[in-house]
Design a protein around this ligand. Structure first.
Ligand SMILES: N[C@@H](CCC(=O)N[C@@H](CS)C(=O)NCC(=O)O)C(=O)O
Length: 303
């Protein structure tokens, strides 16, 4: 039995469809990301990146419970568990993984940012809208060329590369895409839409999606994109502004010391360098920290 932690978004739907396609038994646990449920400690234990989807396979490796986050990893895991949608022979397998990585590193992030700047950002940032809309269209062109040659993204078999990409093609107008320009993507989209398992996957938690098909409230916006999100990440520690400044100073110090060590003090005693480093640039750093840094850097440089 797979425990599925999810919400009806493109990344969640990848796993909804995969579970329906494979027929693996599963139980759904809704994680309302607009209400901040992704920050609950029990969910963070499974998905420390505070994002859906995540799973726990009650019968994981060694027949022990096994937790997994990141939709790409989940798709590979479920494909190997079920023996479906990831070819076994190496060429087919790596071609599938190649297109899966294309989705994870290109389609997901770029489409996500396009949607963000076109629909969710409160102000209009034209540069960002243009940048991500261009990328979305470029990626559609890449897919269109591929799907003009093969039935599916990784060849003539339906694979996890298609399952990962397909939910991101829904509502193309929201990302500034005119599908008439990409007829092969459109053909592929319609073929996959007609699959009964895909229909069942789309139906999962769809009532919740419909209820949320509206403008974000201020609180929801803050949870997803604002200070709530940042504070959660920095939880238990100081918030970003007070931490980032000293960190940057430290790295200036470190590179400054490396430079001097290479150019002038190579082979000298570390204490000399620490004395020399009383220069204005380094005044804010305590002598103790300087010594520690020098010992660390100096230790690496010694023959
Ligand atoms: N790379 C991740 C991305 C997952 C992701 O972005 N999930 C979104 C919903 S589509 C989420 O949980 N957002 C909540 C948040 O960022 O707090 C994956 O593919 O699993």
């Amino acid at each position: 039995m797979i425990d599925l932690y999810t919400w009806p978004t493109p990344n969640g739907r990848k796993v909804h469809i995969m579970l329906e396609e494979t027929g693996l038994p599963y139980t759904v646990h809704a994680v309302d990301t607009r209400a901040g449920e992704q920050f609950k400690p029990e969910f963070l234990k499974i998905s420390p990146n505070n994002k859906i989807p995540a799973i726990i396979d009650r019968n994981g490796p060694g027949d022990k419970p096994f937790a997994l986050f990141e939709s790409g990893a989940i798709l590979i895991y479920l494909a190997e568990k079920s023996g479906k949608y990831l070819p076994y022979e190496p060429a087919g397998k790596y071609t599938t993984l190649q297109w899966l990585m294309f989705q994870m590193s290109g389609v997901g992030p770029m489409f996500g940012q396009a949607g963000h700047f076109r629909s969710y950002a409160k102000e209009t940032y034209q540069y960002s809208i243009d940048r991500y809309t261009n990328e979305v269209n470029r990626l559609h062109k890449v897919m269109n060329e591929q799907l003009g040659k093969t039935a599916y993204l990784a060849g003539n078999k339906y694979t996890i590369a298609d399952i990962a990409t397909w939910p991101w093609i829904i509502n193309p107008e929201r990302r500034g895409v005119d599908m008439a320009l990409y007829p092969h993507v459109q053909r592929w989209f319609e073929e996959i839409l007609a699959r009964p398992a895909v229909q069942r996957g789309l139906a999962l938690l769809d009532d919740k999606r419909k209820a949320h098909d509206r403008e974000l409230t201020e609180t929801e916006r803050d949870i997803l994109f604002g200070t709530s999100q940042r504070m959660q990440v920095a939880k238990g520690k100081a918030a970003y502004p007070s931490r980032s400044f000293p960190r940057r100073r430290e790295s200036i110090t470190q590179s400054h010391m490396r430079f001097r060590m290479h150019s002038r003090f190579r082979g000298n005693d570390g204490i000399d360098l620490v004395r020399e480093a009383g220069a204005p640039l380094l005044q804010h750093v305590t002598r103790h920290r300087l010594l520690n840094q020098f010992v660390r850097i100096g230790g690496q440089q010694k023959p």
